[in-house]
Design a protein around this ligand. Sequence first.
Ligand code: KG4
Ligand code: ZN
Length: 346
Amino acid sequence: MRVLGIETSCDETGVAIYDSASGLLGHALHSQIDLHACYGGVVPELASRDHVRRLLPMIRQLLAATDTAPEAVDGVAYTAGPGLVGALMVGGAVGRALAYAWAVPAIGVHHMEGHLLAPMLEADPPAFPLVALLVSGGHTQLVEVTAIGRYRLLGESLDDAAGEAFDKAAKMLGLGYPGGPEIARLASGGTPGRYRLPRPMTDRPGLDFSFSGLKTAVLHTIAAAAGDAGLPDDQTCADIAWAFQDAVVDTLVVKCLRALAETGLQTLVIAGGVSANRLLRERLEQALASRAARVCYARSEFCTDNGAMIAYAGCQRMLHGGGEDLAIRAWPRWPLTSLPALGAAR
Ligand code: KG4
Ligand code: ZN
């Protein structure tokens, strides 16, 4: 089965073609970072309009580049949520219309299920059951996964998401958006241990997260170091970035180990934009090696938003008979645990 995947939930237009027999045939991504840069965040209306402009030409190019005639497409998968409703509607309307014209089924995919399954696109993919840490700009969740669609929420952030914390800390340090890669870059020149920031909620039981206190701690540290100046000197900013990244990564690692211990599982998947973070990957690899457990993640370009994960997730659901009526779905909020299960729990 060959599926066209469309991702337009936020500020990237992503398209891909996944074939269940031969794997990922091709993908393309357009990031709107430059478009929103001068506003200090994503402007929803501009995002929708840019998706309108980009999507059809990108699909046309992808079909040509992968030598895929429209008749060879067996289904269309589009991100139906969670995300910006106007942006979702663009992908939904285009995806649904193409499917109608090509007389094939279309399916609305859950964006976070897409992230969760992205590591399946890599060689030696993880097997169920597993624990997934979903860390994006809008979500921080630990989920027990026993099959596609069998999701038990183990814990989540009570306030800011991990990616959001990176973005806000970056802004405080005068860096651009998205903040994750910027903080990581600045932190690489930081002095280990000059500052120590809190590891929120690691000193009490449970698998929930909270990052808003850490954000406040960054603000106070910057203010104390800067004195009357707006920002501290460059080295001090790098030292604070180091301490911030260290605190977020440490917190995530503590909770992942706890989730593996509580579920008795040996496989951890990390997914979503923050899973591209090198330090997070290294620390988890170190921590799990001594426990005979394994951490799996997607290549960096498939950690952040992309069409390939949507094509893959849509294909899996279609192989199990998924396909929907003619409605265009767009759910700005959509709990992952409400999805129908594919197959029995492992
Ligand atoms: O999954 P994603 O592309 O979009 C959402 O679904 O939200 O995640 C974007 C988030 C942003 O907050 C960004 O700062 C963060 O992922 N991010 C990173 C890194 N790359 C992206 N955070 C830490 N380290 C990175 N290397
Ligand atoms: Zn995402």
